[in-house]
Write a protein that binds this ligand. Structure first.
Ligand SMILES: [Zn+2]
Length: 90
């Protein structure tokens, strides 16, 4: 009897590897996008200090497939909790 458990594990490992690859790509995209990063929040116009490490962790940088960069300050983004709710459909 073929172990279906073993087969599934192999598949999961493959998917995880793929995900890792995609993440690496998006980081590279982000690095090149930061060159052309806007210096203000696109919603409220708040100044984004590129030399501020905290700003990098608080602000949301969205790179569209077309390569355009959207920048949003923390006050213009939903809280982490509500974003999780969006993802889980609650
Ligand atoms: Zn803003």
């Amino acid at each position: 009897m073929v172990s279906s458990r073993k087969l599934r594990r192999k598949k999961e490992r493959k998917e995880r590897k793929q995900l890792k690859k995609e993440m690496k790509n998006s980081i590279q995209d982000l690095a090149s996008a930061s060159e052309s990063l806007p210096s203000n929040c696109q919603t409220c116009g708040m100044y984004f200090d590129k030399s501020n490490q905290k700003a990098w962790s608080d602000w949301i940088v969205e790179v569209s497939e077309a390569g355009s960069v959207n920048l949003k300050c923390i006050s213009c983004t939903p809280s982490y909790e509500s974003r999780i709710e969006d993802l889980t459909g609650l």
